[in-house]
Design a protein around this ligand. Structure first.
Ligand code: PHE
Length: 472
């Protein structure tokens, strides 16, 4: 497939599996590997995880289907696709604001996503150097203390030069692929990297089962303690579901617009959601046994994955090789997502202002670099700067956390509420019935979820999450 629009005939994914892999490539990324364990650890474990799974099934999956359906009907950039569905349904074209908001949110996410992508690059470098030093056969970091391994991450994010420089490098690589059109390299890479990545993640999890701490991790991640399910925890869980599934930022509308008529959207959406959730849970099962057996704090936030995994590779036979392979794969998983993120605003600039692809991508990347540098500096030079500190939700948070919180806890749920209202109540019923590819009881269930459950639950969760004080 080629992500270009040529005249009136639009290119499509070459096959159903090409769409499936590309969409899974967009969904599976740092959200699963890095953000999921960090959020689970900061929000108390089991209650968060089980509510997250509930959100994926009852809210994420229906909205995923709604987004791809808009895209496939519209066959254009996200705002234009919404406009086309609206016009076929004799509704106001102003609904396209749900997609415009998404385009802006995708830009904000890209800015801080590339900072974390830079950290991944750093660890690729660390393991490459270590492979030379420690050799192939033994574990990673031969002869080095656990303290030393743990100190790598704080040293990295404490350095303004490294964080900003690596952010620029990761963003530059993303720009390279998007400027050239995504089809050639990245799709090929995603096609064999994503399955290989999945196998390696599974293998590391199985290895971890024998390393101690596994039972404790299972208890921590899957024991439901109702008293821990507060408004903010629920909001964090639903936000994680959207972030991980790439929802509410027009990304899946864009990907849906390249899907042909022969593809069953409902079945495909279920597979995307299933694969994405599985990777998140596996990442949790990789990280938490190490957290417990090494006595690390589980609420360590953004550093969790980067601090724990090197531990695992130290004890493992061939640890340097496995560690290097693992972080290379994390890099590719992150890249297939960041390419998707940069593609959304780039496609919009191309459509809206007729700017050629290369310059559109450069303009967006430049903006993301400026914001990204501020996000990177919020861990070091600008650590005392709390831009939205006057709002309780963002109290004491630096610019990086503000970008993350603003997008995941506001833009994504709002985008999803509007999408659910639009597809559930405004869009023409016949159009929706033809597009979604399900019938009977399943169709009615989906319609019920989109019409009632998604908007009402999301409004409720937003209010409880943003104003916890109102609820005692
Ligand atoms: N879902 C991606 C991840 O989990 C992040 C992303 C969000 C990508 C929104 C595209 C759009 O890493």
């Amino acid at each position: 497939m080629a992500l270009t629009q040529s005249g009136s005939t639009r290119d499509h994914w070459s096959s159903r599996s090409a769409f499936l892999l590309a969409a899974i490539g967009s969904a599976v990324g740092l959200g699963n590997l890095w953000r999921f364990p960090a959020e689970a650890g900061s929000n108390g474990g089991g209650a968060f995880v089980l509510f997250y799974i509930l959100c994926v099934v009852l809210i994420g999956l229906p909205v995923l289907l709604a987004e791809t359906l808009i895209g496939r009907h519209g066959q254009a950039s996200a705002p234009e696709s919404v406009r086309r569905v609206a016009s076929a349904s004799r509704a106001s074209s102003h609904w396209s604001v749900l997609a415009s908001m998404g385009v802006f949110a995708a830009f904000l996410i890209l800015s801080f996503y590339c900072v974390v992508g830079g950290w991944v690059l750093y660890y690729v470098g660390v393991f490459a150097v270590d492979l030379v030093n420690s050799g192939v056969a033994g574990g990673a970091f031969a002869g080095q203390s656990a303290d030393h391994i743990e100190s790598l991450f704080p040293a990295l994010i404490g350095s303004a030069g490294w964080t900003v420089g690596l952010d620029a490098l990761f963003l530059g690589i993303t720009l390279y692929f998007v400027a050239r059109g995504v089809s050639g390299g990245i799709e090929v890479v995603a096609n064999w990297m994503m399955p290989a990545f999945f196998v390696l993640l599974l293998a590391i999890t199985v290895y971890g089962m024998f390393g101690g701490g596994f039972g404790q991790a299972i208890d921590y991640l899957f024991t439901f303690e109702p008293e821990k399910l507060t408004g903010p925890v629920m909001l964090a869980a639903v936000s994680q579901a959207f972030f991980s599934l790439s929802l509410g930022v027009a990304g899946m509308i864009t990907y849906g617009s390249y899907v042909g008529r022969n593809v069953n959207l409902a079945g495909t959406s279920a597979m995307i959601a299933g694969a994405d959730t599985l990777v998140g849970l596996l990442a949790g099962l990789c990280v938490f046994p190490i957290v417990f057996s090494a006595g690390l704090p589980e609420g360590a936030g953004p550093g969790l994955m980067f601090v724990t995994l090197p531990h695992a590779f130290q004890d493992m036979p061939f640890g340097s090789v496995v560690g290097l392979l693992f972080f290379i794969m994390v890099f590719f998983a992150a890249l297939t997502s960041s390419v998707g993120l940069l593609e959304v605003p780039t496609a919009w600039l191309i459509d809206r202002f007729r700017i050629v692809r290369r310059f559109s991508a450069m303009i967006v990347a430049f903006g993301a670099m400026v914001l990204g540098a501020l996000a990177a500096l919020s861990f070091n030079a600008l650590s005392g700067w709390h831009p939205l500190g006057f709002i309780p939700l963002f109290e004491g948070q630096g610019f990086f956390d503000v970008l993350d919180g603003l997008t995941a806890k506001l833009f994504m749920p709002l985008g999803a509420i509007l999408t659910a209202l639009f597809v559930g109540w405004v869009a023409d019923r016949k159009l929706v019935d033809i597009e979604n590819g399900i019938g009977g009881a399943l169709h009615l269930t989906w319609l019920f979820l989109v019409r009632f459950v998604c908007p009402l639950a999301l409004v409720g969760i937003l209010v409880m999450g943003l104003f916890p004080d109102l609820f005692g």
